[in-house]
Design a protein around this ligand. Structure first.
Ligand code: NDP
Ligand code: OXD
Length: 311
């Protein structure tokens, strides 16, 4: 049997992935779409933004491995075959990168960097009160691979940390809340809110006026989850009214963000081009190769996405 590497990334990037995968799995036959002659020979697909209308034509496909952590875009593809297990990328290197990004931007807001940047533009010399990290409470939406690593990093920096998930967690040093019924209690008194949820039918649009109104006035927002989590007009309105003091946005409903989108020019937005935690090809290939080697040896497929809940 063979493995199909199916992507819509640039041909240079696809060549990089196929070269690394072939080196890590020398005994496997790995093909890309233009080389695919016999569809029935494919039993595993490795995907990164795969073009639609291909996966469902692979009659002997046993499972799909995503090269990304988030699988929301795959799950909304109506041509995704229904009963084929889907494995997403779980990589400690990715979680560490996200924890670093969270710490970077929480510290930036904690130390008032956006405010001092605006002051510099106006040549204004105003010193603002410096709080201790232990005076701040940071809330993290999502306590999965990304959320837990970020929570631990923020604890190590001395912040008070809360987290919110679907099922109840017990994480040392982190106040854990679970479920829709406890979301309001989780939000009370937060200085900053960091979104690390997957995009699902339950979480779409969660960063809305209703949620912002439950935060203290002047809270900071960091969205590293997906663009579909934020209602853009509500983010802009909350920034304009001062309900939010600043927003760090890494993800957008449309990427790249169109040039005419007002988010680009808002003085209280730090805008990033989806770079919080990019997949590291070196470590990702090791993990994917490990999943495939284990499947060939034992027939076991690694932890699968729960399609009914969307992550
Ligand atoms: P996980 O699946 O490990 O964790 C998801 C977390 O969200 C879990 O704690 C889960 O709860 C919680 N959750 C899901 N649905 C709900 C809900 N309805 N209510 C409350 N909590 C909910 O995912 P990861 O941590 O690996 O990744 C999270 C997301 O981060 C990805 O889906 C992707 O969108 C984004 N991402 C962004 C990157 C970037 O560069 N900007 C890079 C990588 C990922 P429970 O634990 O109870 O299941
Ligand atoms: C991912 C991402 O999901 O980069 O891996 O956003």
């Amino acid at each position: 049997m063979s493995i199909l590497l199916l992507t819509s990334v640039s041909s240079k990037e696809e060549a990089m992935w196929s070269s690394k995968l072939r080196s890590a799995l020398p005994e496997e036959d790995i093909v890309i779409l233009p080389e695919l002659n016999n569809k029935a020979e494919i039993d595993i697909a490795i995907v990164a933004n795969p073009p639609r209308e291909v996966l469902h034509t692979l009659s002997n496909l046993k499972w799909i491995q995503s090269l990304w952590a988030g699988v929301d875009a795959l799950l909304v593809d109506p041509t995704l075959p229904e009963n084929v297990p889907l494995v997403r990328l779980i990589d400690p290197t990715l979680s560490a990168a996200m924890a670093e990004a969270t710490a970077t931007h929480v510290l930036a807001l904690h130390r008032d960097l956006p405010r001092y940047a605006l002051q510099q533009q106006r040549q204004e010399w105003w010193q603002h009160e410096l709080l201790r990290s232990s005076d701040r409470t940071i809330g993290i939406l999502g306590l999965g691979e990304m959320g837990v690593a970020s929570a631990r990093q923020l604890r190590a920096l001395g912040f008070n940390v809360r987290g919110w998930s679907r099922s109840q967690k017990n994480i040392e040093g982190v106040e854990c809340y679970a479920g829709q019924d406890n979301l309001s209690e989780f939000l009370v008194g937060l200085d900053m809110l960091v979104n690390l949820l997957p995009l699902t039918p339950e979480t779409v649009g969660i960063l809305s006026e209703n949620l912002f109104s439950q935060l203290p006035k002047g809270a900071g927002l960091i969205n590293f989850g997906r663009g579909g989590h934020q209602v853009e007009s509500d983010v802009l309105a909350a920034l304009d009214s001062g309900q939010l003091s600043h927003a760090v946005l890494d993800v957008f409903s449309q990427e790249p963000l169109p040039a005419n989108n007002p988010l680009w020019r808002h003085p209280h937005i730090t805008l990033l081009p989806h770079v919080a935690a990019p997949t590291n090809p070196g470590t990702a290939v090791d993990i994917v190769a490990g999943n495939i080697a284990n499947y060939r040896k034992t027939g076991q497929i690694s932890k699968q996405v729960e399609r009914s809940v969307g992550y």
